[in-house]
Write a protein that binds this ligand. Structure first.
Ligand SMILES: [Zn+2]
Length: 219
């Protein structure tokens, strides 16, 4: 039985769209929140809005342009190349991003009476983002509960899945074709299977190929 209200931190990408389907299966009411922080591609926001509309999910877009003011990075600045830095953290990393996004999502969640906050962060394909780690999410969950005296639960359905298992989850939710055809993961702003060349496309394709090989072998 579905119950309660949830908010999904939603970018219009593969992971958060899979989380949106996951939430729709579990909760009576689901809303989505997208953060506008001056992404390289305005298309990312359009894509998120289109998916939310198609799924009949109320969609909030919050302005987080101050993030780019504080921490210029390769996701928002065309003059910064997407690559791994000497410390192993990619230039697509934005200090404090998930801390800020989840905190703002929590303020919104409390306003709309939702206790569950769902995010597609994942530690399995940990690529140097410290705020995708499970220990960070658990720590923030406690902090949010204390800060607003409210029983938030941050849910992370993808935390221990690899990219192939994330495709498998989408398939189980009946959303494989939707996720494959309508989401935007590519750093170069190409919907669905993407440009094929950027790190995000490579990761997505490797996972897809592994999943399709596994699903094919099982038939
Ligand atoms: Zn790409």
């Amino acid at each position: 039985m579905k119950q309660g209200k949830a908010i999904v931190v939603f970018s219009g990408g593969q992971d958060s769209t899979t989380c949106l389907f996951w939430a729709l299966e579990r909760y009576e009411e689901v809303q989505a929140v997208t953060f506008n922080y001056g992404q390289r591609h305005a298309l990312e926001l359009e894509c998120a809005a289109a998916i939310a509309a198609e799924l009949g999910v109320q969609h909030h877009v919050l302005d987080m342009s101050l993030l780019n003011q504080l921490a210029p990075n390769a996701l928002t600045r065309a003059d910064i190349a997407i690559e791994e830095q000497e410390n192993g953290v990619p230039t697509t990393s934005v200090d404090g991003r998930n801390l800020l996004f989840l905190s703002f999502a929590a303020v919104l969640a409390k306003q709309i009476g939702a206790k569950s906050i769902i995010t597609g962060v994942c530690e399995t394909d940990f690529s140097g983002y410290p705020d995708c780690r499970d220990v960070f999410i658990k720590s923030l969950n406690v902090t949010l509960n204390l800060s607003m005296d409210y029983p938030f639960v941050i849910e992370t359905p993808l935390m221990w899945l690899d990219k192939a298992e994330t495709w498998e989850l989408a398939d189980k939710l009946g959303a494989f074709e939707f996720v494959r055809g309508k989401t935007l993961t590519c750093y170069n702003g190409v919907i669905a299977d993407g440009c094929g060349e950027c790190p995000a496309c490579k990761l997505r394709r490797q996972g897809l190929e592994r999943y399709l090989a596994k699903a094919g072998a099982a038939e």
